[in-house]
Design a protein around this ligand. Structure first.
Ligand SMILES: [Zn+2]
Length: 493
């Protein structure tokens, strides 16, 4: 069960902080940009929050309906204090800014627990200050998952949020509609609960506000299926027999008012194919046509649902891929070949132009797609948001792969990478650099192991892949082989 659904979500809480005395028609919220270095949603725009600690349940929370809610409120308040220095506790208005800072010091340095600190200063949390506005669960396509409770909190008067270096890169107050517009204008990368909150607040604070927050099943713990890291790009993860820790393949539906392109409908499972078909049918119902089904590469977890989708659409939708992909696929017919630098332009609004990049290495005929106007790169399996990329010869070729990464690195103005597995990557250049340097470092270590006398891939793996579990050693041997081929081809071995 757990394997099928991915990892079990951990309890977390987040706070949507509203500015004191803000305009109810378009209230100001405090949103943050997460540090690029964070493993979970690094570089994303979000609300402050984090994982619940065991100690959170020990805090005095008055008027809470039950101990579970009390613990969530306590965790949310602690995260708010740790990340932004805002103390949403009753009695806190008597503290000076300096006192709050020294409290925070005590908490961060571990001199006092959250519970002891509140008690010592005769502070308490009141559930009436924390309006519950939903509970969102990270979809199972991510290896790290959270079950996050969201609370709306008014920033206490005389306190100002202040981004404390570490997990967050920056933060700012801005009207909810302006924040939403930034997403619409491709300036930020974010996740569904953030977008939902901005849309809901942007419609104004009225008596039905909480009802609107809770009006969708995703606000009640049902993971969202359509994930819009960016406008016009729906990520629709489908469960596939792929390589752990990934459990899903990201199918992307790139769309505008008139047309859509469906990338990598990879699931061989009927219920997953059905879910995707329903999403596409709904978009067709809104007046769009499926222009093409496009394959980034030939691996089974990327093509497993192509025939089913084509059949569902009445058989008259073309499948497009690189000629080498077409040649290698036996059960999927490719109707149109895509070559390097081909441009696919969608009819309709807004204009969307994708340039195909032939980027082999992970697989023969691998394609990436670049939307230069928006800074979006569909990376297929060359860069992924979860797990690692396997280069398995003879299909895989390390030299080609590194060349492909360099080419991706050279693209101007990238703002997001949408990969074949896991969430979007919001710090594109940093991630590509990380991939390149990781491979070059391995290569150097392999070269040294060979010089020190290791003569088989098995021996090399034992010396070099000390950070990898023995279960993954067979896979690592394939990667070593790819490195050795590259070194040989370059005359370095
Ligand atoms: Zn692949």
């Amino acid at each position: 069960m757990s394997e099928r659904l991915g990892t079990t979500p951990k309890d977390a809480a987040a706070i949507i902080l509203l500015r004191h005395d803000t305009n109810p028609d378009n209230p100001e919220v405090f949103w943050v940009k997460r540090s690029d270095k964070l493993a979970f949603l690094g570089g994303f725009h979000a609300f402050p929050g984090g994982q619940i600690d065991a100690g959170d349940a020990e805090v005095d929370v008055r008027n809470a309906p039950n101990p579970e809610t009390a613990a969530m409120i306590s965790g949310a308040a602690r995260e708010l204090f740790e990340e932004l220095g805002v103390l949403a506790a009753r009695g806190g208005d008597t503290l000076t800014k300096g006192q709050r800072t020294s409290l925070l010091d005590d908490l961060e340095a571990g001199r006092m627990s959250w519970q002891a600190l509140l008690k010592h200063y005769e502070l308490y949390l009141d559930a009436d200050d924390f309006t519950y506005v939903g509970r969102w669960v990270t979809p199972p396509f991510n290896a790290r998952r959270f079950d996050t409770w969201f609370f709306l909190v008014k920033c206490p008067p005389k306190q100002e949020p202040n981004v404390i270096a570490g997990e967050l890169a920056s933060g700012e107050w801005l009207p909810a509609r302006d924040a939403y517009d930034r997403w619409m204008n491709d300036q930020v990368v974010t996740v569904p609960p953030t977008l939902h909150a901005l849309r809901t607040l942007g419609a104004g604070i009225a008596p039905d506000l909480v009802e609107r927050f809770l009006s969708i099943p995703h606000a009640h713990g049902e993971p969202a299926r359509r994930i819009t890291f960016r406008p016009n790009y729906i990520c629709f993860p489908v469960r596939t027999p792929t390589r752990p820790p990934a459990t899903h393949t990201c199918c992307y539906i790139v769309h505008n008012s008139k047309e859509m392109l469906v990338f990598d409908p990879g699931s061989p499972y009927e219920e997953e194919q059905q879910a995707l078909a329903e999403c596409i049918d709904e978009m067709i119902g809104e007046g769009r046509e499926v222009r093409e089904i496009i394959l980034t590469h030939l691996h089974p977890d990327h093509v497993g649902g192509v025939n089913a989708l084509k059949e569902h659409l009445g058989g008259n939708v073309a499948v497009a891929a690189h000629a080498q992909t077409a040649e290698a696929l036996q059960d999927v017919h490719v109707d149109r070949f895509i070559e390097d630098n081909d441009v696919i332009a969608l009819a309709g609004e807004p204009a969307i132009r994708l340039r195909a990049l032939h980027t082999p290495g992970h697989a023969l005929g691998h394609l990436c797609f670049h939307d230069e106007d928006r800074g979006v790169l569909l990376t297929g399996d060359n860069i992924v948001g979860v797990g690692s990329v396997l280069i398995d010869p003879p299909q895989g070729n390390m030299r080609e792969y590194l060349k492909s990464l360099e080419r991706m690195r050279s693209l101007p103005n990238l703002t997001v990478l949408l990969g074949g597995h896991g969430p979007a990557v919001a710090a594109p250049y940093q991630k590509i650099d990380e991939y390149i340097s990781h491979r070059l470092e391995r290569e150097q270590n392999i070269l040294e192991a060979v010089r020190a006398g290791a003569s088989t891939p098995k021996e090399i793996v034992e010396r070099v892949y000390t950070d990898v579990s023995p279960k993954a050693h067979a896979m690592a041997e394939r990667a070593v082989l790819a490195h050795l081929e590259k070194l040989r081809d370059e005359g370095r071995l």
